[in-house]
Design a binder for this molecule. Structure first.
Ligand code: ATP
Ligand code: MG
Length: 361
């Protein structure tokens, strides 16, 4: 991918379930925010999932993956592969396949309490930076494509992988982010037990910080102690960097402590590409009923615009991100909220309000 300022293309990978509602809603507000900030967007629509089975005979068409290769940024709708017809049922996690193919090694999940949303930890404002390619979730090709193996039917083994290179790159992501925030990074590990793997993670992250980011304060916590700290004093943390599985678990915890599934945004990024993805799934139980909360995907899209704007030094995109984020926040603060937050607004009513606020000024 080429980061060039004239590239107005943003991909949209269609989703299943509530994806049919929250993806178009997000596109509308992104288009409005980018336009209001003085730039343009050209959407590149790409099928994936149930819709792709109908149009292309496969949930993950090669043409979709090929098109993503050319893009710097895209939105990924939620997918529900458990609902696909045989032989595709439960076969793939589209987000996972894409993360791996494009080496989107950083999963960035902010947890920030929103005015108007009941939150177990008020005033939480932290970001989990999760390493997305290694640890126990690494693709362990040595075991014939599978992540785990069983030497006998009664014994199961899994091998965790931690490399200096992957620790270094996620550490740079975390410390760079900390410089735009409160300049504090907490490294999460379990080096008292997993001393080689998570010990290497801790040591390399600390080294990168000490050497290259002397202005950022560093501390570290065992993952078990960290869960307790988050519940008791979650507001004290700024950037939290963690290996894959710890980051996965901690980010669900912080998402719930700060708000709810419907409000938790995330991006996955490499050094050149960024994918916006809500933390929640396709929510088949409420799909097609105009009840879904598009907040998480809208805030994910704002994070995507921010990063893209930073990479291209394009103040229009950064302006669009700010506009969109403020519109979503002020909409919820004003009492317009979907049912999951205890409100009365439908997906479309919520979206109209965000749209109007995005265009203000
Ligand atoms: P996945 O396996 O894809 O993560 P999941 O089974 O964990 O899916 P989700 O789809 O995330 O489940 O939904 C969990 C619950 O939260 C469901 O009851 C769903 O209706 C609700 N939910 C999730 N996202 C939203 C949203 N954006 N708006 C409203 N409710 C939501
Ligand atoms: Mg889930």
């Amino acid at each position: 991918p080429t980061a060039n300022n004239s590239d107005k293309r943003i991909g949209v990978v269609l989703g299943d379930g509530i994806g049919h509602e929250i993806v178009p809603a997000t596109q509308r507000v992104v288009t409005a925010a980018v336009t209001a900030a003085g730039a343009d967007v050209d959407w590149v629509t790409l099928p994936l999932g149930l819709g792709a089975i109908e149009s292309h005979g496969t949930p993950m068409p090669d043409s979709t993956l090929a098109a993503l290769t050319e893009l710097d940024a895209w939105i990924l709708g939620p997918h529900d592969s458990a609902s696909y017809p045989e032989p595709f049922r439960g076969q793939l996690t589209p987000g996972g396949v894409i993360r791996k193919k494009f080496d989107l090694f950083a999963n960035i999940r902010p947890a920030r309490s929103l005015e108007g949303v009941a939150s177990m930890v008020p005033d939480m404002d932290l970001v989990i930076v999760r390493e997305n390619t290694e640890g126990l979730y690494a693709d362990r090709n040595m075991f014939a494509g599978s992540g785990e193996f069983m030497p006998t039917p009664d014994v199961a083994l899994a091998v965790g992988v931690v490399t200096r290179r992957a620790c270094e790159r996620i550490a740079h992501t975390a410390f760079t982010l900390a410089r735009t925030r409160r300049r504090h990074v907490t490294i999460v590990h379990k080096a008292n037990v997993l001393s080689m793997t998570t010990g290497l993670f801790r040591d390399v992250c600390r080294d990168v910080g000490v050497r290259h980011y002397p202005d950022v304060q560093i501390d570290d916590e065992h993952v078990d102690a960290m869960t307790a700290h988050l519940v008791r004093r979650g507001r004290d943390f700024d950037v939290v960097v963690a290996e894959n599985m710890f980051g996965d678990i901690l980010s669900d915890l912080t998402g719930e402590l700060s708000g709810s599934l419907g409000t938790a945004p995330s991006i996955n990024s490499s050094d050149t590409q960024v994918m916006a993805q809500a933390a929640h799934g396709a929510a088949p139980d409420i799909a097609g009923r105009n009840r879904a909360n598009p907040t998480a995907l809208m805030l994910s899209a704002a994070m995507m615009l921010d990063l893209l704007g930073e990479r291209r030094a394009d103040r229009h995109l950064i302006g669009a991100a700010t506009r969109l984020r403020e519109a979503v926040r002020s909409t919820i603060a004003s009492g317009v909220a979907t049912a999951d937050l205890g409100g009365l607004a439908s997906t479309s009513e919520f979206t109209e309000t965000v749209l109007a606020r995005t265009l203000r000024r």
